[in-house]
Design a protein around this ligand. Structure first.
Ligand code: NAD
Length: 246
């Protein structure tokens, strides 16, 4: 396929690569996307549960949902999409993964520089002191969980609808995007701002952008290459073209 060859060449030539990922890259691992039907839990839409208001109203309900998602994600493995992204590091370019995903699968695949702009489902944050700790207990022994230090409620360390992105992480992501000569945008519908604006930074600075998504998105018309493929298929094809072992 001509596009795969062109993109592989661009990857080989690149010195700074940003890989910007969304829920779609984890779909083939079995993590439901929010906009798919399987994303539903009981009768709730994610937009009703992933908000500070929902947590203030009913922390037990919100934690039950997160506990369900943690149980669902815990046994899942990275797919060829994640593994291709991790293998890019062996080519010698500087690779920064910027992900909207909270599932931890990029780390599991072996990527080393990961900016999690929406947080991580395997971290909890004290609502009083702001302390962030890792927590991989599945299922949670107490719902909702409380801080062992001060007894305040713990919350998932994720960014909810209506909340700001963690500024330090976001500034690093923006900096990497504006310095990248190549950005791969994989599995994001590119509708959730400000993260969705990241590819614009790369394009504005003269970098090239590849979109990998089986469906067209608002970004499709502006990018250098738009590959209408699943992340795993594209990962496999590009890895083969580049001689990467995934
Ligand atoms: P989204 O659900 O809005 O969109 C997913 C995108 O992935 C769609 O454009 C879809 O066409 C595409 N897609 C579906 N299957 C694919 C595949 N096999 N390969 C490549 N692309 C595929 O997700 P989003 O844009 O990432 O944003 C929604 C928010 O939901 C994010 O903030 C994220 O934090 C959160 N979320 C995270 C996870 C996760 O951690 N895995 C899962 C669901 C939602």
């Amino acid at each position: 396929m001509r596009e795969i060859k062109e993109i592989a060449k661009a990857i080989r030539e690149a010195e700074r690569i940003v890989v910007f990922t969304g829920a779609g890259i984890s779909a083939e691992s079995g993590v439901p996307t929010f906009r798919g039907k399987e994303g539903l839990w009981k009768r709730y839409r994610p937009e009703e549960l992933a908000t500070p208001q929902a947590f203030a109203r009913d922390p037990k309900l919100v934690w039950e949902w997160y506990n369900w998602r943690r149980e669902l994600i815990a046994p899942l493995q990275p797919n060829p999409g994640h593994r291709f992204v991790a293998a890019l590091e062996t080519l010698g370019a500087q690779v920064t993964v910027v992900t909207q995903n909270i599932d931890g699968l990029h780390k599991k695949a072996g990527s080393t520089v990961i900016e999690e702009v929406h947080g991580n489902i395997w971290q909890v944050r004290c609502t009083k002191e702001g302390t962030i700790t890792e927590n991989t207990q599945v299922p949670l022994p107490e719902i909702p969980p409380h801080c062992p230090e001060c007894g305040a409620l713990l919350r998932p360390n994720v960014v909810w609808f209506g909340e700001a992105l963690p500024q330090d992480v976001w500034m690093r992501a923006l900096d990497a995007a504006s310095k990248a000569d190549l950005m791969l945008v994989i599995g994001t519908s590119a509708v959730v701002y400000p993260a969705a604006g990241l590819p614009e930074n790369t394009l504005a600075a003269g970098g090239r952008v590849v979109e990998i998504n089986p469906d067209p998105t608002p970004l499709s018309g502006t990018v250098t290459w738009s590959l209408r493929m699943k992340a795993g298929e594209a990962g496999r094809a590009l890895a083969e073209e580049l001689g990467l072992n995934i």
